[in-house]
Design a protein around this ligand. Sequence first.
Ligand SMILES: [Zn+2]
Length: 244
Amino acid sequence: MAIVSIAKGRSLVSPAANSYKRMRSAGLPTGGINSSYRSLSGQIKIFFERYVVQWRGRGRYSDARWYKGKRYVRISSAGMVAVPGTSTHGEGLALDMSTSSAAHAWVLRHGAAYGWKRTIRSEPWHFEYSGKRDTNAVEPIQAAVHVTTDGIWAGGTDKGTWAVRAASRFRGIKFPYGKRYTQSRVHTSPDGVWGNLSRTAHDKAVMALQRALARLGLYNGKIDGIYGPVTEKGFKLARKIFKR
Ligand SMILES: [Zn+2]
């Protein structure tokens, strides 16, 4: 996974790290981060520090949850922890910020424009990166395949990127939504004939996609318009992060 350091001992998946760095350039104060990316082993460690098996009752903090077929209640006042494997911290998409820090106040006020928002009502310190409203995230990908640039990876974006991906040699030059639809996505006249003009237009769309992925730190290959395994890897990761 493309996990990138943002501060000493703190890291995020690269699109979220990019966004964090842009916030820093825009005035976000340093520090205030209590937690960022957590490996699965790190999540398990914290979970077992705070929860014990208990089959009945809700415990002192009224916090009971299931993990691997066993029921646990929380014994620590240090706060809730997601069941290992289910936390957005494990994907490098979450930041916990001390609520008394200047950084927390900054993200609360300006974070939305960079794709960050609070997602858990009872955890005012927890922010998640979705890319929504971050104009550097999904919009360039949408522009690459000529779909509406609203910053949200929903049906239209998914279909458009999927069509461009399928039409590349790497995927066997396929047209799951018809040739005319793919031609529209690569911005050439939709005449239903996939010839040289279409192939050239397709390469251009793939170049734009590679540039968008590179900006997110998800592609470090050549901007050559050839959709290959490296582009595929970056594309799949972007889709995993942004699709909703
Ligand atoms: Zn958190």
